[in-house]
Design a protein around this ligand. Structure first.
Ligand code: ADP
Ligand code: MG
Length: 261
């Protein structure tokens, strides 16, 4: 019964035949991806394979030349062979983007705002919460990422690992339907990676829908419901961690794994 119920819920994220190119360079070549609610998807792939571009298309920071993306069954953009079948207003795009959290490699915190205000800013700006409520939520979220005592600090006073945990709290403040992570630990000193992965793991086990680009294979094995291997702008292979990491069927996947494992 549970399985049937899951089937009829719309996908959290659905990417259909997405093509993206910059001039003559084909970056995404017909990507298909379905992320179910509550599922943790890890995207692996060599540098330049289109992982960041795919996340940016999902978040509507880039428009695909062909294909479409939908969020909870709602189309974000529609393109078929260059034809515009439907154009969303900028306001609709912003509203939909507001339901997607994005955590960047380089944190991207506001340097002039305190940690608390970094987290509280978006719910106020989008008028979802009044300032006192947003600050209360921010305190709760900072506590969740283990940084309640840093509320009054500025980003420059924090370590990279702490800044990234603030960025995660900030993404959570919009109560997003899905959070996208683009190599969230690759700018960190090795000793700071663990604390950030621990926070992401906490989200993963609490049922938050996550799409994570990472090269941390051990972490991927632990948290992923599904691993998607991207190469040259295509999904070459996908499956459970055991399927993809232990029994890869494609030469490209084997080659990649032999280099990172
Ligand atoms: P990955 O995240 O897997 O390393 P990216 O999605 O960042 O890959 O990039 C894929 C390819 O697209 C790369 O060759 C990159 O140089 C190119 N690319 C990405 N963004 C742009 C852009 N804004 N303009 C031109 N080329 C881009
Ligand atoms: Mg990238």
């Amino acid at each position: 019964m549970t399985g049937e119920t899951l089937e009829i819920r719309p996908a959290a994220v659905e990417v259909r035949d997405v093509h993206k190119w910059y001039g003559a360079q084909r970056v995404l070549n017909g990507v298909e991806l379905t992320v179910r609610p509550g599922e943790v998807t890890v995207i692996l792939g060599p540098s330049g394979s289109g992982k960041s571009t795919l996340l940016r298309v999902i978040n509507h920071l880039e428009k695909p030349e062909i294909g479409h993306v939908s969020l909870n069954g709602e189309l974000i953009g529609v393109r078929r062979h260059g034809e515009r079948l439907k154009e969303l207003t900028e306001r609709a795009i912003l509203a939909q983007r507001g339901r997607i959290g994005f955590v960047f490699q380089n944190f991207n915190l506001f340097p002039h705002l305190t940690v608390l205000d970094n987290v509280a800013a978006a719910p106020v700006a989008t008028r979802r919460l009044k300032r006192p409520e947003a600050r209360e939520l921010a305190r709760t979220l900072l506590d969740r990422v283990g940084l309640a005592d840093k509320a009054g600090a500025y980003p420059r006073q924090l370590s990279g690992g702490q800044q990234q945990r603030v960025a995660i709290a900030r993404a959570l403040a919009l109560r997003p339907g899905v959070i996208l992570f683009d190599e969230p630990t690759s700018a960190l000193d090795p000793e700071l990676v663990g604390e950030v992965l621990a926070v992401i793991k906490d989200l993963a086990t609490s049922g938050t829908t996550l799409v994570i680009v990472t090269h941390e294979i051990g972490f991927a094995r632990e948290v992923a419901d599904r691993i998607v291997f991207l190469d040259e702008g295509r999904v070459v292979e996908q499956g459970s961690p055991t399927e993809v990491l232990d029994h890869p069927t494609h030469e490209r996947t084997r080659d990649f794994l032999s280099k990172v494992l």
